[in-house]
Design a protein around this ligand. Sequence first.
Ligand SMILES: CC(C)=CCC/C(C)=C/CC/C(C)=C/CC/C(C)=C/[C@@H]1[C@@H](COP(=O)(O)OP(=O)(O)O)[C@]1(C)CC/C=C(\C)CC/C=C(\C)CCC=C(C)C
Ligand SMILES: [Mn+2]
Length: 404
Amino acid sequence: MAGSSAAVWPAHHASCRRHHQPSYSSHLPRARLLLPLLPPRRGGASLARPRASLAAVAPAVVRTASEEAVYEVVLRQAALVREGRGRVAREGAARRPRPRRWAEEKEEEGLRGWGLLGDAYDRCGEVCAEYAKTFYLGTQLMTPERRKAVWAIYVWCRRTDELVDGPNANYITPTALDRWEKRLEDLFEGRPYDMYDAALSDTVSKFPVDIQPFKDMIEGMRLDLWKSRYRTFDELYLYCYYVAGTVGLMTVPVMGIAPDSKASTESVYNAALALGIANQLTNILRDVGEDARRGRIYLPLDELAQAGLTEDDIFRGKVTDKWRRFMKGQIQRARLFFDEAEKGVAHLDSASRWPVLASLWLYRQILDAIEANDYNNFTKRAYVGKAKKLLSLPVAYARAAVGS
Ligand SMILES: CC(C)=CCC/C(C)=C/CC/C(C)=C/CC/C(C)=C/[C@@H]1[C@@H](COP(=O)(O)OP(=O)(O)O)[C@]1(C)CC/C=C(\C)CC/C=C(\C)CCC=C(C)C
Ligand SMILES: [Mn+2]
């Protein structure tokens, strides 16, 4: 946290936390369930066409309040990237101050200043390699600039998550999150607080990355401080956007859109958002039991009720036919988000496709694992075995190479 000596960098990785998930049941594919299915509002090829099967059950496509709000952010990010591309092309200049003060102070202290920035990125890479091995491997194909930038974003996200999910989580207050947000604003202004911040500060000076998704992720952490129930999928959707959809919006400007892509910028952002939502929904479904033991239910209560289930059923954790039916609907919804995301991958810059596709496939396989566990996500943790993980890598590599 800003101004605090407490290390926000964790020594451990808890298998934590904010895993949560929605569902719907037999009348499932209601129109509102999928932001990514909505057509784009502006020109350009769409990745987000309603699929025939869904259109049949969801003739009236209506966005919910959360989807509307999030879509506004998507449009703003897309506009920024378009503008950023133009500006970089015209001026060839960075948009924001580089973390000058930090580097100069370090030089005054007899440290290597700008040289330290290289070390800062290296440390980000090490953290990534430790916490997200497959993803780290995937970044090796990217250009050094992009790779370092994605690492810096990863580390900021991981640290933010650890605030509410890590060993010091019990001491985190709204004020601490306010300080973390102030520190974020400072680093965007070129005034980083520590070396991990310095790496991100440098990244945002080089790529058209907007502060909004970062702030929104902190907002998600705020929610986790007080909210442990989600009445509807709309509420859950917003939460998933905050804690995971934001990652897609943060990383697309760094990973880049393929120069030959005909897709509209906002449709690529929509796909990125869908991947974050899909990952978070999957995370939630995997961790239902773990969350329940912490008194949390990240499932839409209205959909639970429609399935004839109560909160007590979750806390009791008995796999019944009602639960299986409910879970099938939830898994189906998560898969739809993955499908929407997958369509966007081909439009990313070629070097960025592999890590995204590999991570998408790996995470999606957790849903298969839940099914293989006969929907017992109360006491059995769904995971993807090493062999499957290893197989996904070359397959994703081959697919990523095919291009847009
Ligand atoms: C290439 C690539 C995959 C880049 C993303 C790298 C990156 C910056 C990741 C940050 C992830 C992070 C630490 C988020 C903080 C909140 C959080 C922990 C969310 C959960 C992740 C799963 O982590 P884990 O299983 O460790 O969860 P626990 O904390 O243990 O519970 C999430 C479920 C969300 C992660 C979301 C993404 C990785 C979104 C990815 C979207 C893109 C990279 C956009 C791709 C673009 C297109 C066009 C498809
Ligand atoms: Mn976590």
